[in-house]
Design a protein around this ligand. Structure first.
Ligand SMILES: [Zn+2]
Ligand SMILES: [Zn+2]
Length: 571
């Protein structure tokens, strides 16, 4: 975040607290930091604030902007600070945690706050902000501690940036994938399976398109597909380290007298297949791919449509290889990721390398070596990258590929992980050309990441108007009257035979109604057939963007459908 923006966000958090202190005397403030996209302030209210209260708070903030109070900063001794905040146990707790002997205090008008400094010179420099919502949080994120309220907001340097944000936010609400999914009849979320999406026929058709694209890409790159069980013995998860490092995210199930777990990842299954017989160096790199349906425990509060779920399908793969082969394999996986993103229409890519987390397994030196390999491979790809310190998985560092959608939002999708630890845990070896047994290295990767989530991202990115090759239904035939039905039927048969996903509107609605229904379902091609078209053996092609073309022959449609589908092949 640029420095100036951070200063504005930080200062706007003080401005929010200033306004709240005037409107709701007795409110106890806790912390109010700047964030990646804005700021928030947490506080203990006397009576709970509601969303409806936000406009009045914004209004008061704007009044304080007009007053143009200078923002002053000074340091005081801890004793002075304790005196200043004697009525606020939260601030007193914070003061105790400050390591320096002095404490920073910022003030504007009659308001003062505990602070590290770095503000705009006066409140008049602020003003391009918006308060987004009120939510409930716990002090220190701890359920045992007092429940607080949080007001979240955004702030920008200019009015234009704020206006752009507001527009983007309205669009995001309008094109929420849950709303589109319902309009297009793709999937649903039901109380009988909280966090477990239900895919309807057309939604599953999209998932199948994504899978079949990935299968071709994998096959071309020398992968072999496997399928491993959903339920596996808890012993196995102990061996992999998941039951100690990942236990909170897993579901356990008793079978007979044994404890089993539902897989949160597919790795151990792939390792068992690798280990099923001795392997020779001639078989390496061995690339095993799997569409693994995994379950992970998530709190119900964080679930969000297809983006955050409790069960999802990873396009998972594991490469067992030698140390020397590792870098070339990662370079190739990156290439596959770029191919997938180009074909699905994502151009803005952000690459991060996530390093050793605190709860990591294994030797830090081994970690360093793995991070170096990841770095070298990313550098070969020519893309810029940044480091995410401490954000790797417990068994290895990873490359994360983030994408931006058309509304400018960031999503994380693909990951590549290097792993020296599971080969130890599972004793994964090969017989080298010397006849010696050697340890393999494992590379884990997922290119879409979660298919469900990627589907959700696609829906929002395209506002439901999916590219022709992914669209569940590519064409709908709209006969104007019943008289055209026999000809319409032959058009449909020809298209179906050519592999186009097509149906016919059987209703007796007027043409405008048929178009409206097809438009809501975002069907790329509406093929209108009236008297004239039937007589000329043509159709009128109406696209989902509203453009029309008259007198198109069926042969021409088949040719175009084929070319649109071919251009989406991975090679
Ligand atoms: Zn401050
Ligand atoms: Zn894995």
């Amino acid at each position: 975040m640029e420095h100036e923006l951070e200063r504005i966000r930080h200062s706007t958090a003080h401005l929010l607290a200033h306004a709240l202190s005037q409107l709701y005397p007795g409110i106890l403030f806790t912390v109010g930091p700047a964030t990646e996209s804005g700021f928030f302030y947490d506080f203990l209210p006397r009576t709970n604030l509601r969303e409806e209260d936000l406009p009045a708070i914004e209004k008061r903030m704007q009044e304080l902007v007009k007053k143009n109070y200078p923002v002053l900063f000074k340091t005081v001794s801890k004793d002075e600070a304790r005196e200043l905040f004697k009525h606020n146990p939260f601030k007193l707790e914070l003061i105790e945690q400050i390591e320096e002997p002095v404490v920073g205090i910022s003030s504007q008008g009659d308001f003062f706050d505990l602070c590290r400094g770095d503000h705009v010179p006066s409140t008049g420099a602020l003003g391009h902000f918006k308060l987004l919502n009120v939510s409930g949080v716990y002090w220190r994120g701890d359920k045992e501690k007092p429940q607080l309220q949080r007001v979240l907001g955004v702030a920008f340097e200019t009015a234009e940036e704020l206006a752009a944000f507001i527009k983007q936010r309205e669009e995001a609400l309008e094109y929420d994938h849950r709303k589109i999914g319902e309009e297009m009849d793709l999937f649903s979320l039901q109380p009988e399976g909280v966090g477990f999406p239900f895919f309807h026929p057309k939604g599953l058709a999209v998932i199948h398109q994504l899978q079949s694209f990935m299968r071709s890409l994998m096959t071309e790159n020398g992968y072999q597909e496997i399928a491993t069980p959903t339920l596996l013995s808890a012993d196995l998860w102990r061996r992999s380290g998941h039951s100690s490092f990942y236990r909170d995210s897993m579901y356990f199930v008793p079978i007979d007298d044994e404890e089993y777990a539902i897989k949160p990842m597919s790795c151990p299954g792939a390792f068992l297949i690798y280990k099923n017989r001795p392997r020779s160096y001639r078989e390496l790199p061995m690339r095993l791919s799997e569409f693994g349906h995994v379950h992970r425990r998530e709190l119900s509060g964080v679930l969000h449509g297809l983006m955050r779920v409790r069960a999802f399908t990873q396009d998972d793969a594991h490469i067992m290889c030698t140390l020397e082969q590792m870098e070339a394999e990662i370079v190739n996986v990156l290439k596959m990721i770029f191919t997938m993103l180009a074909k699905t229409g994502f151009e803005t890519i952000k690459i991060a390398i996530a390093t050793r987390p605190e709860n990591a397994m294994g030797d830090p030196e081994v970690w360093d070596r793995a991070i170096e390999v990841l770095r070298a491979a990313v550098e070969k790809s020519g893309y810029a990258y940044y480091m995410k310190e401490g954000e790797g998985a417990f068994y290895g560092p990873k490359i994360e590929v983030g994408i931006s959608d058309l509304m400018g939002r960031q999503w994380q999708c693909s990951t590549i992980q290097v792993d020296f630890l599971q080969p130890e845990n599972f004793d994964l070896t090969y017989v080298a050309s010397s006849g010696q047994k050697e340890r393999v290295v494992v590379i884990h990767h997922a290119i879409y990441g979660s298919l469900e989530r990627f589907f959700g991202i696609l829906l929002e990115h395209y506002k439901g108007k999916l590219p022709f090759w992914i669209a569940p239904l590519q064409a709908r035939i709209l006969p104007i009257t019943d008289e055209e039905r026999p000809y319409a039927q032959t058009v449909m048969d020809t298209l179906k035979h050519a592999g186009v996903r097509v149906d016919m509107d059987q209703s007796s609605d007027p043409l405008s109604g048929k178009i409206k229904a097809a438009q809501l379902e975002r069907i790329p091609w509406m093929l209108v057939i009236g008297k004239k078209e039937a007589a000329a053996n043509t159709v009128t092609l109406r696209r989902v963007d509203g453009t029309q073309e008259f007198g198109v022959t069926v042969d021409e449609l088949v040719r175009r459908a084929k070319s649109l589908t071919d251009s989406a092949r991975p090679n």
